[in-house]
Design a protein around this ligand. Structure first.
Ligand SMILES: [Mg+2]
Length: 235
């Protein structure tokens, strides 16, 4: 019997390789707005944060015409997604192998989810179980969105597992009493991700989808053989 009945997936940086595209286009929009930032700055500071949080931070730094900057960014990021967005390499194999329920918990808006994940075939594997922070009072790291997933999917926290590439997502899972696996995309240039995600409460961290596939198998089926290769499952 499985020990897990539900896997909750973060979207950006886990299901889809969207973070490099989002960072590049946001850096360009903010720089054009008068506050120079690189794509790397954006990745380090904003990945995993909701748009209202990002706006608030940029406002305190003196970015003017925030509405215009963000509407220009939306146009650009959605066009870029249409041209360049891809499923995270190997993720289709991970999803195909699952024999438990799954859903999406994303700090992105519903509109952005439809304009990103919605462009790809894997949308149909999740819909209608695609949940946005817009549907709850507070985004990850608050537990609200994870709790919404548990409620909608009718699964208890102890039989659920969340996969996220940001500390905020791992913290949200832990705050809701859900086990969490950290994920590091091969395209992620930031150092120290494994330590950061473990510190946030991840039980283990997977680099790329092959390791994720293995870790999920271990946790769902409670086999005990993979500690050495993936750095320890903890308890
Ligand atoms: Mg993410």
């Amino acid at each position: 019997m499985n020990s897990i009945d539900l896997i909750i997936f973060d979207c950006d940086g886990v299901l889809i390789d969207s973070e490099p595209l989002a960072a590049r286009t946001l850096a360009e929009a903010v720089t054009r707005g008068g506050l120079p930032m690189t794509a790397y700055d954006v990745l380090v500071e904003f990945t995993g944060k909701s748009e209202p949080e990002i706006r608030a931070i940029l406002e305190t730094r003196g970015l003017e015409n925030i509405e215009a900057v963000f509407s220009a960014w939306h146009a650009e990021i959605f066009a870029t997604f249409r041209r360049e967005l891809k499923v995270m390499a190997g993720m289709e194999d991970v999803l195909r192998a699952l024999d438990v329920a799954k859903c999406v918990a994303s700090n992105s808006s519903v509109r952005r989810l439809k304009a990103s994940l919605g462009l790809l075939d894997i949308w149909d594997e999740f819909a209608p179980h695609v949940f946005s922070a817009e549907m709850v009072a507070a985004p990850k790291p608050a537990p609200d969105l994870v709790q919404l997933c548990l409620l909608k999917m009718a699964v208890t926290n102890t039989r659920s597992l969340l996969v996220d590439d940001s500390a905020a997502g791992i913290m949200a899972a832990r705050a809701a009493g859900v086990k969490a696996i950290g994920f590091v995309a091969p395209s992620d240039p930031r150092p120290g991700r494994r330590e950061l995600l473990l510190q946030a409460g991840a039980q283990a961290v997977a680099f790329g989808t092959a390791e994720l596939h293995e870790l999920i198998g271990e946790l769902v089926h409670r086999r005990q053989s993979v500690q050495a290769s993936v750095g320890g499952l903890g308890s």
